[in-house]
Design a protein. Structure first.
Length: 83
């Protein structure tokens, strides 16, 4: 899997640990697949206040490209009751 320059910038800018990225992709709490060819990996990160990390990967490319990463505040209400 490759990283886009935007992805690398977002990790640095948002203080996202590479270990959290690996955990999210390798053992997600949730996954979402979209018609635009993206695959979203979602995991709650206890070390970061139990916030939800979303990693977006472009599945159309070979090798797959990690596009962006962010803590998704919208998911607090969606998944909090499920965890």
């Amino acid at each position: 899997m490759k990283d886009s320059s935007h992805f690398e910038d977002m990790l640095n800018e948002r203080g996202i640990d590479a270990k959290w990225v690996d955990r999210t992709i390798n053992d997600p709490d949730y996954e979402e697949t979209y018609d635009d060819g993206t695959h979203h990996f979602i995991k709650q990160i206890s070390e970061f206040g139990n916030r939800w990390l979303r990693i977006i990967v472009n599945d159309k490319d070979d090798p797959k490209i990690r596009i962006t990463a962010f803590f998704d505040r919208r998911l607090m209400k969606k998944y909090e009751s499920k965890s």
